[in-house]
Design a protein around this ligand. Sequence first.
Ligand code: ADE
Length: 229
Amino acid sequence: MRIDILTVLPELLESPFNHSIIKRAQQKGLVTLCVHNIRDYTTYKHRQVDDYAFSGGAGMVLMIEPIANAIVKLKSERNYDEIIYTSPDGEKFNQKTANTLSIQENLLILCGHYKGVDHRVREHFITRELSIGDYVLTGGELAAAVITDCIVRLIPGAISDEQSALTDSFQDNLLAPPVYTRPAEYNGWKVPDILLSGNTDEIEKWMMEQSIERTKKFRPDLLNEENDL
Ligand code: ADE
């Protein structure tokens, strides 16, 4: 799989992709992550990529030309399954979308910008707009990092025990059960006896009960959603 990301702030995406599972997935050749600076595609003086909105008001808008140059070049090199734009007005990103995107071959993500991008980019190039939640970030880079992280960890082989991605919170519309490790008792606080019993059937049953209980308590909305992740 390959994910190309277009941004005016490539530095913001260095660290999230250079640690742990996401770094190893790249080293194992499971995914290629390419961050492109939109400024490298501008023909304007001083590497300009944004300008005032015709509608007036504060804040600069990313111009269509550098973005179009970048997208056209990348599209001439491979076919993209989706060209995603990160924006608070997009469709809400969730585990189901992450699952769908994780089985694609090539994705292109355009990071949204403080005041937005020239709307013609969205009309003519973007196939999917994604929001990571109902709040406004300073730019789409962190959203692109979140989306990429979620997708990459789902690629088979990215997590050593494949099962562990399948048992994540949300994978079946349930929150994950609590987990414990040594010591079995700390400060008088004990790990539930069942987990020390060695009875794997009972442990599994307990975990499912805990998942359901926690979901009812903290995210009852999930129990009403369609179970088709
Ligand atoms: N850009 C700014 N806020 C965002 C959000 N919540 N999701 C995606 N992109 C964004």
